[in-house]
Structure formats: structure tokens, C-alpha cells
Design a binder for this molecule. Structure first.
Ligand SMILES: Cc1cc2nc3c(=O)[nH]c(=O)nc-3n(C[C@H](O)[C@H](O)[C@H](O)COP(=O)(O)O)c2cc1C
Length: 198
């Protein structure tokens, strides 16, 4: 990436950096930290996997009744962070959050292995659990329920899309002379860029 003449399209650039991480053999090159904020202003953060990226935003899938789901229902704004330490690169995204359509959630859910589709039904993500046996019993029960049948998407499971209101590319450099470029939408379908001090 040429930070002196930033490429016009930050989406293509981010896609390229994820691909670079994949080619470098890094585990989970599409892993990103997702920060949400609850009704009291308390932030929380966890890792999720980026499953699609285009001009509409960055999509991950989860249990909508989870802690993150509840926080996003109450405050539909989020920040995302990619960090590929071995490549000395970081990307920060901020945006508004919306639920992806049922059709899009269904299409992604259908690509998951049967076992993880079963787990999506069995896990009451973020709720207190007595012990591991309780989870295993829930899985066994769901396996029985869907024996010999397709496992549909649970109604509480689906994708969220984070719009690309701000994307920042960071590249590490010697002596803390790092490069930073921020992209913001220019309102005409293109992007404004701004270099920042490191
Ligand atoms: C590498 C990695 C990938 C993960 N991917 C997802 C994901 O795509 N969706 C998800 O719901 N949780 C994912 N998790 C688990 C979350 O980090 C988190 O534990 C879970 O979603 C519950 O978060 P919450 O209680 O804040 O809602 C992943 C964890 C790791 C370490």
C-alpha cells in the first residue's frame, strides 16, 4: 500500500491485506475485535470472524441474544479492529450496525458444518452455564430433535453489518515512524483520505 498516494478503494485494500495474512499462513486472518457499548456507556470487546465485506459494510454472524447482541440492539454502533502482528499492520473500522436479512443469514448458516449448526441451537451464548455437561446434554437433545433432518438457522442466530463510516490503515515502521491513513465517505460514493501522525 502506498501511503503517499492512498488507493481509491479502502474495501479492496482491506480485502488485499486479509488475503496477505492468509498467504502468510497466519491463523484466522479474518479475525477482528468487535467493540460494543452497553446502555451505561461500558465498552466490551471480543473476537469475531469477518464473513463478508463490501460497500454496505463488514459482516459477522452470532447469537443475537448474546451479550454483544443485546448491546447492539440497545446501541447500534460498533468498532472493529484487525491486527496482523507478523505483518505489522492494523485496520480500525467504526460504523453503525444493522441486522443482515434473514435470507443472507440463512445462506451463511447453510454453509456451516452440521456440528456447528447444532451448537448454534444448543448454546445460550453469554448466559450462565452450570458445567460442561449441561452444554453436552443440550447438544445431545438438539441432535435428537434434528435426527435425519436438516438443521435450520435458529431464529436468534444471524449476521450483523457494521457500516464503513471510518476505516484507518496503519503500517508499522522503524523508530515509531508509522504510517496512518483514514478513509471517510465523501458523500458521493467515493472516499476522502487523511494522513494522521503516528
Ligand atoms: C478466533 C475467534 C473467532 C471467533 N468468532 C466468533 C464469531 O464469528 N461469532 C461469535 O459469535 N463468536 C465468535 N467467537 C467467540 C467470541 O469471541 C465471544 O466469546 C462470544 O461471541 C461471546 O461474546 P459476548 O458474550 O460478548 O456476546 C470467536 C472467538 C475467537 C477466539
Amino acid at each position: 500500500m502506498d501511503f503517499e498516494r492512498p488507493p481509491a478503494d479502502p474495501i479492496a485494500q482491506l480485502t488485499m491485506w486479509i488475503e496477505d495474512a492468509r498467504k502468510a499462513g497466519l491463523p484466522n486472518p479474518n479475525a477482528m475485535a468487535l467493540a460494543t457499548v452497553d446502555s451505561k456507556g461500558q465498552p466490551s470487546v471480543r473476537i469475531v470472524l469477518l464473513k463478508s465485506l463490501d460497500a454496505r459494510g463488514a459482516v459477522f454472524h452470532t447469537n443475537r441474544l448474546s451479550r454483544k447482541g443485546a448491546e447492539l440492539e440497545g446501541n447500534p454502533h460498533a468498532a472493529l479492529l484487525f491486527h496482523w502482528d507478523a505483518l505489522d499492520r492494523q485496520v480500525r473500522i467504526e460504523g453503525d450496525v444493522s441486522a443482515v436479512s434473514d435470507a443472507e443469514s440463512d445462506a451463511y448458516f447453510a454453509t456451516r458444518p452440521r456440528e456447528s449448526r447444532i451448537s448454534a441451537w444448543a448454546s445460550q451464548q453469554s448466559r450462565p452455564a452450570k458445567d460442561r455437561a449441561e452444554l453436552e446434554a443440550a447438544v445431545a437433545q438438539i441432535e435428537k430433535r434434528f435426527a435425519g433432518k436438516d438443521v435450520p438457522r435458529p431464529p436468534h442466530w444471524g449476521g450483523y453489518r457494521v457500516s464503513l463510516n471510518r476505516i484507518e490503515f496503519w503500517r508499522g515502521s522503524a523508530n515509531r515512524m508509522h504510517d496512518r491513513i483514514v478513509y471517510t465517505p465523501d458523500g458521493r460514493g467515493g472516499w476522502r483520505t487523511q494522513r494522521l501522525y503516528p
